[in-house]
Design a protein around this ligand. Structure first.
Ligand SMILES: Cc1ncc(COP(=O)(O)O)c(C=O)c1O
Length: 424
């Protein structure tokens, strides 16, 4: 052990050593080629990848790659600016129009990640006297964004309800009723949930949440990062899965101008956040899709966009192409769904219990973090890349292997996965 460590470095060393001892240390795997159903991993060679968010197989789609290259050639490597100074380029405008059109909202705005989108949303749009009510299993970016909002603006209230529990003690209704009796809650109530819960693969009961929000005059905010491109007939998300879009919607025919007049009546979710780093191209970037007023205020006041660089243009071009492909080829979503069905049935037949859900996330609960990590390591030796998740990503005692399906997987890939699982 070196003797000349700063006290904080010595502290870091001891935390790292305890992670290593308890089998919780995460070793980064080096990928030496593009993301796809098969990835080349340093030291392991070609492995089947069942842990990426590349749900539609668009991360290395030739047109998506080409769009990025064209963006790079035409607009260069960097914006060298935040959006409001000189960092807003034509591809940002095009991407944001496409996102708004696809989500069926009046407007949309991009950020460098869904994480920063959430960090912009709550601290900017909420004010003292408001109440934010959050599902206990919401993604870390929602949790931290709410913490940030309540720290920056004293007087913003927060409450948490049990995962997907809408009635009874500790439920969303209980939080809404408590708010009625709370003299500190004088402003807007915001109810926020993940559409698809990323570690469970389960989905929020959006129709019932909408009814509660209407009853208590609350806004419904959905982070559908794992739902966009996955859920619903055309992959528009969990609200589409539940038929929460009034009237026929053709993303290809809709334009920003006709959406402005009727999108809010059609769309039964008030604000969406989402990522471009999963099904929608898998590069990076996040967005808020909502009414023009909310988006305008985010542009004016959102600190992550005022003080941090714009989404790189090349990424914006690739993401726009990915959404264009999804809009034109919704059968990709069908392929993903039939892969999920096939895999679920085979994994269950092999004797594993997989949490039920209509999503592309299939967790196999193994409880113990070290065991999950050891199983994942063994799978990798068998040529199958699946990650074991433990504390603090999931609660203590709920460690799991999380299998994620892609439209790019073949039945042969899935059979090989199941054979490897059987060997465990
Ligand atoms: C539900 C959810 N929201 C947000 C994010 C963050 O997305 P990004 O990588 O764009 O910050 C993730 C990523 O894991 C997620 O699962």
């Amino acid at each position: 052990m070196p003797t000349n460590l700063l006290p904080a470095e010595a502290r870091a060393d001891s935390i790292l050593a305890s992670l290593e001892q308890s089998g919780q240390y995460k070793h980064l795997r080096m990928i030496e080629g593009p993301m796809g159903p098969v990835v080349k991993i340093r030291g392991y060679g070609d492995c089947l990848c069942f842990c990426s968010n590349n749900y539609l197989g668009l991360a290395n789609h030739p047109e998506v790659v080409e769009a990025g290259i064209r963006g790079l050639r035409e607009f260069g490597a960097g914006t060298a600016s935040v959006r409001f100074i000189c960092g807003t380029f034509a591809p940002h405008e095009a991407l944001e129009a496409r996102i708004a059109s696809y989500m069926g909202t009046e407007s949309a705005y991009t950020f460098v990640s869904a994480w920063t989108a959430a960090e912009a949303l709550f601290p900017t749009l909420c004010e003292p006297g408001d109440l934010i009510i959050s599902d206990e299993l919401n993604h870390a970016c929602i949790i931290d964004a709410i913490r940030l909002a309540t720290t920056i603006k004293k007087g913003i209230n927060k409450a948490v309800y049990r995962n997907n529990l809408l009635e009874g003690p500790n439920s969303l209704r209980a939080a809404l009723e408590a708010a009625r009796a709370n003299p500190d809650v004088t402003g807007q109530i915001w109810v926020v949930t993940d559409g698809v819960f990323s570690m469970e693969g389960s989905i929020a009961d959006l129709p019932a949440m909408r009814r509660l929000c209407d009853e208590f005059n609350a806004l419904l905010v959905v982070d559908d990062s794992h739902g966009h491109g996955v859920m619903g007939e055309t992959g528009r998300g969990t609200h589409e899965h539940f038929g929460m879009i009034d009237g026929a919607f053709d993303p290809l025919k809709s334009t920003l101008s006709n959406l402005m007049s009727d999108s809010l009546r059609r769309n039964r979710v008030d604000l969406f956040t989402g990522t471009l780093g999963k099904a929608l191209g898998g590069g990076a970037g996040g967005f808020v899709a909502a009414s023009r007023r909310f988006i305008d205020l985010l542009i004016q006041r959102g600190r992550p966009t005022l003080f941090s660089n714009a989404l790189p243009v090349t990424v914006a071009c690739s993401a726009a192409k990915a959404i264009e492909i999804l809009s034109a080829r919704p059968e990709l979503v069908k392929t993903l769904r039939s892969n999920v069905q096939y895999a679920r049935q085979k994994i269950k037949a092999a004797g594993f219990s997989v949490l039920e859900s209509p999503t592309a996330i299939m967790p196999i609960i193994v409880h113990d973090t070290a065991k999950a990590i050891a199983m994942s390591k063994r799978l990798l030796e068998l040529g199958v890349f699946v990650i074991g998740f433990g504390y603090p990503v999931v609660p203590e005692g709920h460690a799991r292997l999380r299998i994620q399906m892609s439209a790019a997987h073949t039945t042969q890939h899935i059979d090989t996965l199941v054979d490897a699982l059987k060997k465990l």
